[in-house]
Design a protein. Structure first.
Length: 441
């Protein structure tokens, strides 16, 4: 692990993690833009060694062409060169420490620093290096993940058991109750369209988006995720919804808000508008999946559901609009959402399954069974969860921990349930500035 970070001066690490306070000025811009361009090309180069790495790119075509024309050999020397480039960029950042800057420039500086450390970590892994779950979370996502004990999950499950009628296994009782709220396949598109229309309507009342922003929805199968936003640039997204497993009614708003409004589509659209077009901060033309930016993206996308639907507004909308479209019984809406609120407390079983599986303490079967027994998910969903962990490893933390970090920051700064306008304002600030997870603590 020390091989990755050893050449970075301790004073620099302390500075970027809040150990020192420094000021800069706008003289940084030329040098920062040079670092940004080289950072983008470095990420694109790493992407040639890892097909999952570059989630989006909408920068200059000639930059991508330049990288793709380079000959590559997946040998030790190639990884050393990539790592050396990351080190050189970090050292260039170190050389700018004595300069002054605005608050936004400081955020930009820290964003690039954290992203570059994550790039180094990814190169280390691609080269064959091993990181623990905790090291991955710290290096890739700038986060320390709390441990949730099995006893904690048992106490939540006991509360869920008391909520459900009948006797027998609590997971079976929960599955039987939830089964009443599956969206019929022939109603799925209509439900999802109504959900995303409502989410968009709420978002554009509070956030100004480019007039040309748009998206397209596709229904797909055979994926390890339930939904995905592929941002294409020019304010356009392709949103894919995985229909491998039954989709419950609450997932319509979840997916519409998370992948669309005010989630990933809005986040990427505003980064392009504000960071790239207005500021010319070209580092935002590329999105490396395994980096701190993902925790901000996933955390805001998940918390954005509550931002768009404060209080009981979600339940009211779904009861009035989505349940009738899906042809579902509206009399159980309140009970359904009370159960979902409790089930959401078991989300961290995903992290614990990943932690123990990736650290070699549990077999794949043990991790899968943990999700079934303590996350109360179906065997089919648990299997998809394991495929996700196999593909994306510690990325799982970005959904639940990311949401919690964003929520704590917004509430701490006044974005409470009774101040929805303040909540929208802080939320927009997070998704339009170069934030880092540790910066939101």
């Amino acid at each position: 692990m020390k091989k990755i970070l050893l050449i970075i001066p301790l004073s620099f690490v302390l500075f970027c993690c809040g150990g020192e306070e420094r000021k800069f000025n706008s003289e940084l811009e030329i040098k920062m833009n040079e670092i940004a361009e080289r950072y983008v090309k470095l990420v694109l180069r790493v992407g040639r060694f890892d097909p999952d790495y570059v989630d989006a790119y909408y920068g200059p075509a000639e930059w991508k062409d330049e990288v793709e024309k380079e000959a590559i050999e997946k040998d030790t020397l190639a990884y050393v060169k990539l790592n050396d480039e990351a080190d050189e960029l970090l050292n260039m950042l170190e050389g700018l420490r004595s300069m002054k800057a605005s608050d936004d420039e400081i955020l930009r500086y820290r964003f690039l620093y954290k992203q570059l450390l994550a790039v180094k970590g990814r190169i280390f892994v691609l080269r064959g290096g091993k990181l623990s779950f905790e090291e991955e979370c710290r290096i890739f996502y700038d986060a320390e993940v709390p441990v949730k004990s099995t006893e904690y999950f048992k106490s939540v499950i006991a509360e869920i058991n008391d909520m459900l009628p009948g006797s027998g296994d609590v997971s079976e009782k929960a599955a039987a109750f939830n089964k009443k709220f599956i969206i019929p396949t022939d109603k799925l598109d209509a439900v999802f369209k109504a959900a995303i229309e409502e989410c968009r309507s709420r978002a554009i009342k509070n956030i100004q988006l480019p007039a040309e922003e748009n998206f397209r929805v596709e229904y797909v199968t055979g994926k390890p995720w339930s939904g995905y936003n592929w941002y294409k640039g020019n304010s356009y997204s392709l949103i894919q919804v995985n229909t491998d497993l039954p989709i419950f009614i609450d997932r319509a708003i979840d997916l519409a808000a998370h992948e669309g409004y005010p989630g990933h589509h809005v986040y990427n659209t505003l980064l392009e508008k504000n960071m790239v077009r207005q500021n010319n901060w070209m580092e935002f033309t590329v999105y490396p999946l395994f980096g701190p930016q993902s925790l901000i993206a996933e955390g805001t996308a998940n918390y954005g559901i509550k931002v768009a639907f404060p209080g009981t507004e979600r339940e009211k909308f779904e009861k009035r609009v989505l349940f009738p479209i899906a042809g579902l019984d509206t009399s159980l809406v309140d009970k359904y959402y009370k159960l979902q609120d409790k089930l959401s407390l078991l989300d961290y079983t995903f992290n614990e399954a990943a932690r123990n599986y990736l650290n070699g303490k549990w077999t794949r079967e043990q991790a899968l069974n943990y999700r079934i027994n303590y996350g109360l998910v179906s065997p089919e969903k648990a299997e998809r969860n394991m495929k996700f962990i196999d593909a994306y490893r510690s990325y799982v933390i970005n959904y639940n921990l990311g949401k919690d970090i964003v929520e704590r920051y917004i509430v701490k700064n006044g974005g409470t349930d009774n101040n929805p306008a303040v909540r929208w304002r802080i939320f927009e600030h997070i998704i339009t500035t170069p934030q880092t997870p540790s910066g939101l603590r």
